[in-house]
Design a protein around this ligand. Structure first.
Ligand code: GDP
Length: 283
């Protein structure tokens, strides 16, 4: 697989983020709960090294509940605060507000000792494209939140969203680019839809997915498509085509149509709640 990136944009985005990070106390990093490491860019650890850190396992509604717990424990063991969420829903928003205050307790305490009262903690949202940053900001900030304008001492044009008297959020998220250290990372990003489908081979991608599901979620393809799982991925795809009426001229199975269907049903969670990578064993 080959991916085209635009270094100019990346450099600019990184420089912007370096500037923005100076203004905040806490980095709220969204990752995709189905591929929590592959959907991170580890550069953020350097960029945000003196800041409080909160990781949101987003799209947790699509991921394996057992693995959501395992990943939460993993990131907590690395010193992050962690909350699993579905950015489209408001349920965890109260929890997040509380965790933000907990994560920034040292700063709040420092302010208090200096006699500074009610200075809100400031946060910014970061993550790779399509991870749910805008959705999260909309849900979290809601319509009721007042936007504060340019304040003295704040970079011109920066908008802060006041969540409550304790927390302010930078209204534009920081965009990180995914990092393709290895082919598996690229494959996982492609599977969750982070790479334009036009530049992917969907047939091949679906065979990779089938192989991963056979290995990590045995029984899932059988129960969704009534196929015999214990055969080559291409045979599983062929049976899926037949079961789902993906047939082309000459009564032949339409592999491409079946491939798109399997990928779509995976991405929308219809095959099941699936996580595609697992926390490294920590010592
Ligand atoms: P951004 O590029 O990081 O700002 O991502 P967006 O906020 O535009 O979200 C990308 C897509 O993911 C949209 O179609 C959202 O509706 C969807 N999305 C965001 N968060 C969630 C979530 O927690 N669960 C699910 N199922 N979909 C989500």
């Amino acid at each position: 697989m080959h991916f085209q990136w635009y270094p100019g944009h990346m450099t600019k985005a990184k420089r912007q983020m370096q500037e923005d990070i100076k203004l905040i106390d806490l980095v709220i990093e969204l990752v995709d709960a189905r591929i929590p490491l592959s959907s991170r860019n580890p550069d953020i650890d350097e960029l945000g090294k003196h800041k409080a850190r909160l990781i949101l396992l987003n799209k947790s509604d699509l991921a394996d509940p057992k693995q959501n717990e395992a990943w939460s424990a993993y990131f907590k063991s690395k010193g992050f605060f962690v909350v699993k969420i579905d950015a489209r829903r408001r349920n965890e928003m109260k929890t997040i507000q509380n965790v933000i205050l907990e994560a920034c307790s040292e700063k709040i305490e420092r302010d208090r000792k200096r006699g500074i009262k009610n200075r809100p903690v400031r946060a910014m949202v970061v993550g790779i494209p399509n991870v749910g940053k805008s959705t999260f900001i909309n849900t979290f900030a809601g319509k009721a939140c007042a936007k504060t304008g340019n304040k003295p001492g704040v970079t011109k044009g920066k908008q802060w969203i006041r969540l409550n008297k304790n927390v302010e959020l930078l209204d534009t998220p920081g965009i990180l680019w995914p990092k393709f250290d290895d082919q598996m990372v690229g494959l996982r990003l492609a599977l969750i839809g982070s790479i334009k489908d036009e530049i992917l081979n969907i047939d091949e991608l679906s065979l990779n997915l089938i192989e991963l599901l056979q290995k990590y979620y045995p029984g899932m393809l059988r129960s969704r498509y009534e196929v015999d799982e214990d055969q080559e991925p291409v045979k599983v795809l062929e049976q899926t085509a037949v079961r789902r009426n993906c047939i082309q001229k000459g009564n032949e199975p339409d592999y491409s149509k079946a491939a798109s269907l399997v990928i779509d049903e995976f991405r929308s969670g219809r095959i099941g709640k699936i996580t595609l990578e697992f926390p490294p064993v920590t010592d």
